[in-house]
Design a protein around this ligand. Structure first.
Ligand code: HEM
Length: 504
């Protein structure tokens, strides 16, 4: 105790006050779910429940359809109850639950449609939506076909050697080439150059920096302590998105935009032309997009479309390789719809029932967006539960899709769950690979078309099977979108028949 006299009484009081404040601040937000009577794991000072935060499936088994967790100091309400989901995602979406979390350190992407809020979001979404209408998708199908053909050709040399492939090395470039061509009218030709900077930067873009995530979670905006921290980081140019990748897309878009204005046909059907044509800067500020908004949508689209669609195709190949009977039945449907490997056409593709069931079931097991998010604008009571203003709501889609009460044998790949006979008995608001309601995935129709075309043309020509290097079960990467930690490897073989049915 000889060191005690080193401090004066005032210093001691100050020190104890600082320690008390530090401890209080670390727990300040952690009592909210106890007060609301909502169960959930016990939080640690400052860190909240982050140690068990990622395993939604386990939490759902333990706490049921509603539980509270803490992303560091930020309370997060997890909702799996279908009636509550209907209110949050659909009925009250435009009133109480319009926005996702304010990521704040978004750098240049602050006005991308997925980040924008309220009126700005409404205007951007309203401008983009017509481009995704079914009439326009038929024109995009013609563009997609160029790239599916290149995909088949690219696979040929590997399949001839009965080779083992990293599946994403083929579906990733296909997806990026389709996105680039439909969004900007540009052939990125990633299929012949899988290490293209477009692929590398799109993959890196959402590799969020962990320290920045910590700061965002530790100092949520409605808490008055340290209010300067986030604006300071914004001022210093910190961003959750990779700065190098953002700079790459920005430089590319700015350069490309200059050339595009000179060379592009006014009537070209790509997304960039649609956005430029929407610009009505002069008279009506409530319509059209600004130059910066166009830049942000373009970057966001490349990423949103590339990663999700490529991942969907990779998981489809994996599920089919592990279930050869299902793959053969699908190949049978393909051969009946397009006999003798005849060209795949739009109408035929959309009529294929088994194809639809297989894709739906694969998206049930592996939804690329494993969680949806909304933030409550005002305090609201839903089905007896009070949800306070500013509360972040998470819909744990991955856990919902594997709930044994909703999906018997949830780990099994069973496309028949989604056939015409059975799909009507799926409880509404329990199957959400594209979200639902006014803020659902705007690119859903486009994505399904690209995935269906890619899969059908590949299975017309090749079969997948598991090999020694195929991981089973998969280890998932806990960061970002749902993806395997290590690349999925499968064996690719050329189908022997020309008429299609002999190898079945
Ligand atoms: C299989 C592929 C895809 C899947 C599984 C998927 C899934 C999703 C999900 C779950 C959401 C959030 C919905 C919500 O919060 O309710 C979303 C949002 C979004 N998706 Fe997709 N997506 C895919 C492909 C695409 C494509 C190809 C595009 C663009 C061409 C796209 C553009 C967007 C955009 C812009 C948003 C934000 C919408 C808004 O905030 O209004 N997605 N997507």
């Amino acid at each position: 105790m000889s060191y005690l006299p080193l401090f004066s009484l005032e210093t001691w009081i100050l020190l104890i006050t600082v320690i008390c404040l530090f401890v209080m601040y670390g727990y300040w937000t952690h009592g909210i779910f106890d007060k609301l009577g909502i169960p959930g794991p016990k939080p640690y000072i400052y860190f909240g429940t982050i140690v068990y935060y990622m395993d939604d499936h386990k939490s759902a088994m333990k706490y049921g359809k509603l539980w509270g967790a803490y992303e560091f100091r930020r309370p997060v309400l997890f909702v799996m109850d279908p009636d509550m989901l209907k209110t949050i995602l659909v009925k009250e979406c435009l009133t109480y639950f319009t926005n996702r979390r304010d990521l704040r350190l978004t750098g240049e992407l602050y006005d991308a449609v997925s980040m924008a809020e309220d009126d700005q979001w409404r205007r951007i979404r309203h401008t983009l939506s017509p481009w995704f209408a079914s009439g326009h998708m038929k024109a995009m199908f013609r563009i997609m076909k160029n790239h599916s053909q290149k995909l088949i050709n690219q696979m040929r040399s590997k399949a001839d050697k009965s080779g083992v492939i990293i599946v994403k090395d083929f579906f990733g470039p296909y997806s990026m080439d389709v996105m680039g061509n439909c969004a900007f009218g540009l052939d990125l030709n990633c299929i012949n150059n899988p290490s293209s900077p477009f692929i590398t930067h799109a993959s890196q873009l959402f590799n969020f920096s962990l320290p920045l995530i910590f700061i965002q979670g530790a100092f949520p905006h409605h808490v008055w302590f340290f209010p300067f921290l986030i604006p300071l980081l914004q001022l210093l140019g910190f961003s959750l998105f990779s700065k190098t990748s953002m700079a790459f897309f920005k430089t590319f878009m700015e350069k490309f935009r200059g050339e595009y204005d000179k060379t592009s046909n006014q009537k070209s059907g790509d997304m960039l032309r649609h956005m430029i044509n929407s610009q009505t800067k002069s008279e009506n500020p409530n319509k059209g997009l600004s130059d910066h908004e166009i830049l942000s949508q373009s970057t966001m689209f490349l990423f949103a479309g590339y990663e999700t669609s490529a991942t969907t195709l990779v998981f489809l190949a994996y599920n089919l390789a592990r279930n050869p009977d299902i793959m053969k039945r699908l190949q049978q449907e393909i051969d009946t719809t397009f006999p003798n490997k005849s060209p795949v056409h739009y109408e035929g593709l959309l009529q294929m029932e088994y194809l639809d069931s297989v894709i739906s079931e694969s998206l049930r097991l592996y939804p690329p967006a494993a969680r949806l998010e909304r933030v409550t604008k005002e305090t609201i009571r839903i089905n007896g539960t009070t949800i306070p203003k500013d509360m972040m709501i998470v819909v744990p889609v991955y856990a919902l899709h594997r709930d044994p009460e909703l999906w018997p044998e949830p780990e099994q790949f069973k496309p028949e769950r989604f056939n015409n006979e059975n799909k009507h008995s799926i409880r509404p608001y329990t199957y959400l690979p594209f979200g639902i309601g006014p803020r659902n995935c705007v690119g859903m129709r486009f994505a399904l078309l690209m995935v269906k075309l890619g899969l059908v043309e590949v299975l017309q020509n090749y079969s997948f099977s598991v090999c020694e290097e195929t991981e089973d079960p998969l280890t998932m990467d806990p960061k970002g979108l749902l993806a395997p930690k290590r690349p999925i490897k499968l064996r690719l073989e050329t189908r022997s028949s020309t008429s299609g049915n002999e190898d079945i």
